[in-house]
Design a protein around this ligand. Structure first.
Ligand SMILES: Cc1cc2nc3c(=O)[nH]c(=O)nc-3n(C[C@H](O)[C@H](O)[C@H](O)COP(=O)(O)OP(=O)(O)OC[C@H]3O[C@@H](n4cnc5c(N)ncnc54)[C@H](O)[C@@H]3O)c2cc1C
Length: 437
């Protein structure tokens, strides 16, 4: 089993031979962070304005070292919390608007990948949200009722019917989001980077920015001047002394099996265009990859300390504990596959907020931001890049959505963050157990 967290998707950005910044530079748009959020913004700015705007993307590490090169590649709708809880908090109209926005982001992302022929093993299919016990089954049904009442097209499955989707002894019912997608996220990162370079954009890796000031930032000891900058540093944002205690760096993990044998595929029963996510607060999810492996994720998230971040970046070993936690989930939900060979285990860091909404700030200074997409950032990051470029052109107002904001709820001061975050995760796990998970 390979516990090293380098080369998780079997591909890196090294094939692009990207340079490191080694002189002062000026640009119209500086993008800090070359994950999918930053790359999508750069791509869309160049598409819209062409070579008349100079765009520079910088990343402190090699391409795809953040969450964008380490995630499970599942593009689906939804944000914040379950739909019926959104209705409870925001009312029918706003909840509908929030969810519709995420559906639009999903559709936009898949169209973008298709239309622009971004090579990333795109597969269109369905995401199934499954319940694992009586309490969360009730929540799932409330969610189904609320989504249906709001006019969203979803299908539901009872215990018997879900067996036709995936063979698990645990799942009680499911909700199907159709027209979702899966991708190889690292291929998507590389494809977007290639497009940016082809349109005349510049990408510098191993180029670490200090906290940006108005129209200027120091990176690797050089000064970068910009008209506007976009901070797309996700879970690493607190290291720039921004949103500390509000965007929390949390590690979440995945494991990848050896190619499945035909008999194992038959035992699993899952079609390669479908993905499963359970409805618990601390949940598991899985899908089959384009090369016929089981990708199984979730389990025990944990606070990303500097040591953890270094381990992820340097590709050094993940703790056996991570594997045990993922394997525990797999044994419970897919016991028939308990003996499959696991080849890789890795973790990545996401930016989490207490209300599970990102922080998108624009137009208040020369530094805009899009950070904290929690575990839902794929479709949103891609779509936000497009709306960011449109906003630059039209300078329109931000939509009235809860994540267009300067800040996020506060968890704890920096010294207490590891303890507070891990305690909060324990509390969520306890709440799942209390619900009979
Ligand atoms: C294991 C795992 C599974 C996931 N599964 C899914 C999924 O199935 N579906 C989904 O929608 N989302 C998923 N996510 C979340 C998704 O990956 C993220 O929301 C998304 O990739 C965020 O992209 P980003 O560009 O904002 O951040 P990142 O990809 O983290 O990019 C931020 C970049 O900023 C750079 N940076 C940081 N500090 C500096 C600095 N000072 N100077 C310059 N650069 C800097 C970092 O090196 C990094 O490359 C998952 C995440 C993980 C970890």
């Amino acid at each position: 089993m390979d516990f090293s967290s380098s080369l998780v998707w079997g591909r890196t950005g090294a094939e692009l031979s990207l340079p490191t910044l080694c002189a002062d530079a000026e640009c119209d748009h500086l993008i800090i962070g070359a994950g999918l959020a930053g790359l999508s913004a750069a791509y869309h700015i160049l598409k819209k304005f062409g070579a008349c705007r100079k765009v520079i993307v910088v990343d402190a590490h090699p391409l795809g070292s953040g969450a964008s090169g380490r995630n499970s590649g599942m593009l689906g709708p939804g944000i914040g919390k379950q739909y019926h809880l959104l209705v409870k908090q925001y009312g029918d109209i706003k909840a509908r608007e929030i969810f519709a926005h995420t559906l639009e982001a999903l559709n936009y992302s898949t169209q973008l990948i298709r239309n622009e022929k971004l090579e990333c093993d795109l597969v269109i299919g369905s995401q199934f949200k499954v319940s694992t016990n009586a309490a969360n089954d009730r929540q799932l049904w409330l969610e189904c009722e609320a989504l249906t009442a709001a006019g969203f097209e979803i299908r539901t499955y009872d215990r018997q019917a879900i067996k036709g989707i995936v063979d698990s002894p645990v799942y009680l019912s499911a909700l199907e989001y159709a027209s979702t997608a899966t991708v190889d996220p690292m291929k998507l990162v590389v494809s977007l980077a290639k497009e940016i370079l082809a349109m005349g954009g510049e990408i510098y890796v191993n180029t670490c920015c200090a906290r940006p000031q108005e129209h200027t930032v120091v990176a690797n000891g050089h000064t970068l001047r910009f008209s506007r900058a976009l901070l797309a540093t996700n879970g690493f944002t607190p290291s720039l002394n921004r949103l500390r205690g509000r965007v929390i760096p949390i590690s979440t993990s995945l494991m990848l099996s050896a190619p499945l044998l035909p008999s194992q595929r038959a035992q699993l029963g899952l079609q390669p265009n479908n993905a499963i996510i359970d409805v618990r607060r601390i949940f598991n999810y899985f899908r089959v990859t384009a090369d016929n492996r089981l990708l199984f994720g979730g389990g025990s998230p944990f606070y990303s300390t500097e040591n953890v971040l270094r381990r992820q970046r340097d590709g050094t070993q993940e703790a056996y504990k991570v594997y045990e936690s993922l394997n525990g989930g797999m044994s419970k939900f897919l016991p028939q596959l308990a003996n499959i060979r696991i080849e890789k285990v890795w973790s990545g860091t996401i930016g989490v907020t207490l209300d599970n909404f990102p922080v998108i700030t624009r137009g208040q200074s020369s530094v805009d931001s899009m950070v904290g997409c929690c575990g839902h950032g794929l479709a949103l990051s891609l779509a936000y890049g497009a709306s960011y470029a449109s906003w630059l052109e039209e300078l329109s107002c931000s939509p009235e959505l809860p994540w267009y904001r300067n800040s996020a709820p506060y968890l704890a001061p920096p010294a207490l963050l590891p303890l507070a975050s891990n305690s909060y995760i324990k509390f969520l796990r306890w709440a799942d157990t209390f619900n009979g998970a």
